[in-house]
Structures are given as C-alpha cells and as structure tokens.
Design a protein around this ligand. Structure first.
Ligand SMILES: *[C@@H]1O[C@H](CO)[C@@H](O)[C@H](O)[C@H]1NC(C)=O
Ligand SMILES: *[C@@H]1O[C@H](CO)[C@@H](O)[C@H](O)[C@H]1NC(C)=O
Length: 359
C-alpha cells in the first residue's frame, strides 16, 4: 500500500468512508484500564490519546462522552481512548531513554506527536465498494497483539501489526513484523490494524480479543467475508504512531553485536509483541453517521476541532508519579527489575512478570 498515491484517487471519487484524524497525547504513564483495570501502576508504560475521562478503571458502564470535558482527538465527539506501549532506546552502557514521538505529515504541532487514527469501511485501494459497517457500541473495547510474542511464528496469528522504517515523512513501504534492523533516518512507524468482524453480542471478552475476528478468508484489504461466529462487519480501526529515532542513529551508540537498539516498554526487543488497546467512546451515534457517509479523512463532517484545541486537552494529570525516562537515562524499564530488563531472554521474564502481577 502506498498512501500518498492513493489519497488523490479517493479525493476525486469518494465511495466509502475513510475517517483519518490526529489525536494529541493525553498522558504517558503506567496505567492499563483494559488489561489490568484498577492496577496502579500497571506493569508497563503506555502513551494514551483521546477523551479526558481516561483513568485506571474505565468500567464498561462508564459514560465516557458525559464524563469527559474534552478530547485530544480532532473529531471533538470522539471521547474514545486509544493506547500503545512506548519505545525506549537502550544505550551501550545498558541504560534506557524514551524515544520521542512525532506527528504524521499535516498534523505537525499536535502535543507529544500523539497518533493518527483511522476508521475504514472499505479497503483503501478499492474505489468501488460501498460497504455498510456497524459502528461500535458504548462499552465496547478490544485489544490486538500478544505481549509475550518473541518469534515470527508467535506473531503470525495477528495480521498487519507492522513497522515501517521511514527515511522521510512520506515513507510507507516495506512494512515488517519485527523491528527494522537498520537505521531509519526519519523514524519508525508502527501501524496497528484491529480485526474487523464482531460476534454481535459481547462488548468485551476475557482476553479482549475473542469477541472479534479477522475475516474468514483473506483480509479486510481483500474484502474477505466475516465468519459465521463473528458475522457483524465493523470498520477497520488502525493506529499509526511515529517514533522519532532520528537522534539515535549514531552507529557508535548501537550494540556492538549489530543488533538494533530499540525496546518496547515491556522489554520486547524483537518487535513481535507490538500491541494496541481501544476503548470506544464516541458520543451518541456520531461515529455511525460518519461511517454511513462517503467521505475521506477530515472532509468526513462530524464536529471537528483544531490542533490547538486538541492540545488544550493534552497533559492529563498523572496518576503514577515516576521517572519514565524523558531526557533521562534509566537503569531499568519502569516496572521491571534491572536484571529482568537486561536479560537476554525477555519472553521468559515477561511471563514471570505477568504471573507476579496477577498474584
Ligand atoms: C475512574 O473514574 C470513575 C468514574 O468513571 C470513578 O468511579 C473511579 O473511582 C475512577 N477510578 C480511579 C482509579 O480513579
Ligand atoms: C549511558 O549512555 C548514555 C548514552 O550514551 C549517556 O548519555 C549516559 O550518561 C550514560 N550513563 C552512564 C551512567 O554512563
């Protein structure tokens, strides 16, 4: 896929809804109300965008549009929360520092870089279909990815959780499932695409994934049909996050053994454990209305706000007060013991961490 060549086609003849917008950073801290609700702090650091009713619990009955006073997203009726882990650079001396984020082209100035969010009714490059999709319902949430995956095989059941090694702001090609193994002059983009078939009944499930499925055959991109177990077609939710690795490109700072130096906040340096979290919180039927329109990006109507207004909502007061390595060097990743952060076999460590946190 190459977005920059597709955009003009879609602008000329919109035939399906492709909602694409920016969200500024709400907060970066160790909270995870989906996987470990109520746990303060959660096992690893996340970057979160969206409505400011976000907190450590987020019960399914929480009325996010009513409890939020603002959102960091461009669509001002979108009080959903979207989050991912954050990236660290590990120096030769074994210490870690947070890799800053940067906004996609056109969204410069959004606080903390944030992320770009998509809701797509149809495959991007297909200009003919006009598929109906059902918007998510209040209380709906989902997760994608496997925090314990450390091999290609373990990551294989997730389609399309990828990295793009960016040489310029427009780089979109050669997506990989592992971290790029070479220098990326502009940054590394993570693209997280969620499954698109819903069971039509459950707003959540114990692993936050079983109520959703990928198409039975093919993919969302190839317009594959939903399986009978998950018959309701939803829009494809996708996040793009750009990690500004540009100041970590000095070969002298990279590991002597030739490995790449970036590691997720939960200790994965393979990249296979790329994952994302979504808690739906659009006001009333504002999402469904847009999905029922033929439109592209920010021409999709709805209520929208400027980047300056999104930024006013950024900077939620932190619940967890700790040094997360912004312009500092940490001896261990927040929430992980030093020995565990630096051991070779991160997958074993992560499993042990999880058991400890659950106990
Ligand atoms: C989160 O917000 C809810 C209201 O939606 C509140 O009842 C709850 O106590 C808050 N939880 C925390 C941990 O602050
Ligand atoms: C570790 O390496 C980083 C990056 O080179 C450097 O800024 C930091 O001061 C070093 N820390 C120690 C304790 O040597």
């Amino acid at each position: 896929m190459h977005w920059s060549t597709l955009i003009p086609i879609l602008l000329a003849a919109p035939s399906s809804a492709l909602i694409r917008f920016q969200c500024a950073q709400l907060v970066v801290e160790r909270l995870d109300p989906l996987v470990t609700p109520g746990e303060i702090p959660s096992p690893h650091v996340h970057q979160i965008v969206g409505g400011n009713s976000f907190n450590a619990t987020m019960a399914p009955e929480k009325d996010m549009p009513a409890e939020s006073t603002c959102t960091t997203c461009q669509f001002s009726e979108d009080f959903s929360n979207y989050w991912t882990a954050i990236l660290y650079f590990k120096a030769r001396n074994g210490t870690y520092t947070r890799v800053p984020q940067r906004a996609n082209g056109g969204f410069e100035g959004s606080t903390g870089g944030g992320m770009t969010v998509y809701y797509m009714t149809d495959p991007l490059y297909d200009s003919t279909p006009k598929s109906k999709v059902k918007a998510f319902q209040p209380g709906f949430r989902m997760f994608v990815g496997d925090i314990n995956a450390r091999t290609k095989d373990e990551a294989a059941k997730f389609r399309q959780l990828t990295y793009t090694c960016m040489s310029t702001a427009g780089s979109r090609e050669h997506e990989t499932v592992a971290f790029p193994q070479k220098k990326c002059e502009y940054g590394i983009m993570t693209s997280l695409r969620f499954p698109t078939c819903w069971d039509g009944v459950n707003l959540d499930s114990p692993d936050h994934m079983a109520h959703m499925s990928y198409p039975e055959t093919g993919t969302f991109e190839s317009a594959g049909p939903c399986p009978a177990s998950h018959p309701v077609r939803t829009s494809q939710v996708m996040f793009e996050v750009i990690w500004d690795t540009s100041k970590f490109n000095n070969p002298e700072d990279w590991p002597e053994n030739g490995e790449q130096p970036f590691v997720w906040s939960f200790g994965d340096k393979s990249g296979y454990a790329n994952h994302g979290d979504y808690v739906f919180g659009w006001k009333d039927d504002s999402l469904q209305k847009i999905l029922d329109t033929s439109c592209y990006a920010t021409s999709c109507g709805g209520k929208q706000q400027s980047i300056a207004d999104m930024n006013k909502c950024a900077g939620l007061k932190k619940t967890v007060d700790e040094d997360i390595g912004v312009n500092t060097w940490l001896t261990a990743l927040p929430g992980m013991h030093q020995a565990e952060s630096s051991k070779e076999d991160q997958s074993k460590n992560q499993k042990r961490e999880r058991v400890e946190f659950k106990a």
